[in-house]
Design a protein around this ligand. Structure first.
Ligand code: PGA
Length: 257
């Protein structure tokens, strides 16, 4: 990703429930991206739709495909898992790892780290999700974030930095109304804090090369301020990415900044 470009990631989660709808949402999104200069869009549908959307990309430069999870193993007896090698072979470029909804199912930092190492080795770009569940007045959440970042990146070298994206998603702001998203001021402070941790791990290069996205109730009304004042270099958009008109507006606003 070019440094000045914004990255907008659509996290469809476990939606929509039919292939017909998935095709419709994807085609509408594809139409919007055809003229973009300043924005790259990544669409992350459920696994079953990956071949479909991959076929429908039509060679468009600004639309990329991502998965919402991948196994820490390349192959073998892991029923129900999907290997990052298979994803890459199928044309997938990105994978979301460590989303809070997966952590809620028991995924630990150590598991996320193993998945990250395998995904990077397979040639995927990882969108590593971090975020505190709540904020306290003593700042313990800062230590929580530091630990999440550091323990998810254990053993990951500087050479991989170009393939790492951090998505900061405060859990309390996910899946709510736009007015419940983090305010740009608090977000900016947090993005700077994340950059500081990246600096401590990888030096200046780490701080400058790894884009930090924001996710949590992003919509067409709050995305401008989040991007222009919140310090985020992109967005991880959940429910609004399935509302094709809202997502079109988010992309257009990002493109105009
Ligand atoms: P939301 O989801 O935009 O619906 O809050 C974001 C996410 O969970 O990635």
């Amino acid at each position: 990703m070019k440094k000045d470009k914004k990255l907008i990631v659509a996290n469809w989660k476990m939606n929509p429930v039919t292939f017909v709808e998935a095709k419709e949402v994807f085609l509408k999104t594809r139409k919007v991206v055809s003229t973009l200069k300043n924005v790259d869009v990544v669409v992350c549908p459920p696994f079953v739709y990956l071949p479909l959307v991959q076929r429908l990309t039509g060679g468009k430069k600004h639309i990329h495909i991502g998965a919402q999870n991948s196994s820490s193993e390349d192959k073998g007896s892991y029923t129900g898992e999907v290997s990052p090698v298979m994803l890459r072979d199928g044309g997938v470029e990105y994978v979301i790892l460590g989303h809070s909804e997966r952590r809620a199912l028991g995924e630990t930092n150590e598991v996320v780290c193993r998945k990250a190492i395998s995904a990077l080795r397979a040639g995927l770009k990882i969108i590593l999700c971090i975020g505190e569940e709540f904020r306290d007045n003593q700042g313990a959440y800062l230590g929580f974030l530091e630990n999440q970042i550091k323990s998810s990146l254990v053993g990951i070298s500087r050479a991989s930095l170009g393939n790492i994206i951090i998505a900061y998603e405060p859990v309390f702001a996910i899946g709510k109304k736009e007015s419940d998203a983090m305010n740009p001021r608090e977000l900016l402070e947090t993005v700077l804090y994340i950059r500081k941790i990246l600096f401590s791990l990888y030096g200046k290069e780490g701080m400058e090369e790894v884009p930090v996205l924001y996710g949590g109730s992003v919509g067409e009304k709050n995305c401008r301020d989040i991007l222009s004042e919140g310090g985020a270099q992109g967005l991880l958009v959940g429910h609004a990415s399935l509302d094709t008109e809202a997502f079109r507006l988010i992309i257009k606003i990002a493109e105009s900044l």
